[in-house]
Design a protein around this ligand. Structure first.
Ligand code: ATP
Ligand code: RIB
Length: 307
């Protein structure tokens, strides 16, 4: 049986500027080319989950504009349940301006727009979703106060909560106590815990910090180095797959959505699920763009079978 997942989060339209190198502050440079694609951390995570076979719901907000219509149609076209996506009259749909250099490095500037207008009132009418799901995933591109309320409700419905604290921000004090699994990258981890990640010992200390705040499972993504995981039983580092990255946009999002699609409800198979998630991300980084680069379950399985 496939996992049932809701993603509460952001929906953006991404514009990527392809450049030879990043401009210096105050400098103007020419972009070699420009492309546009569906994105947003929440939307990417939902697409990663549904493409890997999870029944997927989305809770979020778009503007009353062409971008919002485009994103609603894109998510519906993926088979995601969009009935809990609200349309906001006062704000435009979220957008992101991405600069991508010749080495595959990126810089991202996000306009939150309708994502930031999501309120706790927008959770009204989502009870049937909470009744149905096994996992709720959220990030930091929508207000944390809404995520905290949704995570609290999730815990009342025996739903496992996964927090991707991205982009890096300080954390709402209530959020960790309702979080079961946290998935920061190195920067986000250091900002929240105050512990710089220099070696395995510092990762173990970070996991202990999260455990002391009620988070039982820590998965720290380390880019091309892989993922450090810590569970109540075990910890370790699972290396990433060796591939040539051309655009890492949505690598973390793919990892989270794809991993969640494979997790047992009791979280007994974290190590196995994160190998799948990393295989999915390794395919994402070999393609341009956010959503267009996210693989299907069949593509991930084919890659795993080739290994
Ligand atoms: P982003 O913000 O770019 O989506 P992130 O910072 O949230 O990414 P990362 O830690 O960079 O997340 O990447 C998530 C996972 O994607 C890694 O744990 C790894 O499995 C995979 N990955 C990322 N970059 C590479 C790479 N260059 N080669 C292989 N796998 C990669
Ligand atoms: O994680 C990648 C995403 O971050 C992009 O799709 C962009 O929209 C920003 O939200």
């Amino acid at each position: 049986m496939s996992n049932k997942i809701a993603v509460l989060g952001s929906i953006n339209v991404d514009t990527t500027y392809h450049v030879e190198r990043f401009p210096q502050p105050g400098e103007t440079i020419s972009a070699l080319s420009k492309s546009s694609a569906a994105g947003g951390k929440g939307a990417n995570q939902a697409v990663a989950a549904v493409r890997s076979g999870a029944k997927t719901y989305f809770i979020g907000k778009v503007g009353d504009d062409n971008e919002g219509q485009f994103m609603l149609e894109s998510l519906k076209g993926e088979g995601i349940d969009t009935t809990c996506i609200r349309v906001d009259k006062g704000h435009g749909t979220g957008t992101a301006a991405i600069t991508l250099d010749a080495n595959g490095q990126n810089d991202i500037m996000v306009y939150g727009g309708a994502n930031q207008a999501l309120t706790i009132d927008d959770l009204t009418g989502t009870a049937s979703v909470f009744d149905d799901i096994d996992f709720l995933i959220s990030q930091f591109e929508t207000p944390q106060v809404v995520t905290a309320a949704a995570f609290k409700e999730a815990k009342e419905h025996d739903v496992t909560t996964i927090l991707n604290p991205a982009p890096a921000k300080t954390i709402h004090p209530d959020l960790l106590k309702y979080t079961d699994v946290i998935t920061p990258n190195e920067t986000e981890s250091a900002l929240i815990s105050g512990i710089e990640l220099t070696d395995e010992d510092s990762m173990v200390k970070t996991a202990q910090f999260f455990a002391d705040h009620g988070v039982r499972y820590t998965l720290i993504t380390l880019g091309s180095k892989g993922v450090f995981y810590s569970t109540p039983k075990d910890h370790g580092l699972v290396p990433a797959f060796k591939v040539k990255a051309v655009d890492t946009t949505a690598a973390g999002d793919t990892f989270i959505g794809a991993t969640a699609s494979q997790l047992d409800k009791n979280l007994d198979n974290v190590e196995e699920a994160l190998v799948y998630g990393q295989r999915a991300s390794s395919l994402t980084v070999q393609q341009m763009g956010a959503m267009p680069s996210i693989p299907t379950g069949d593509q991930v399985k084919a890659a795993l079978n080739r290994d």
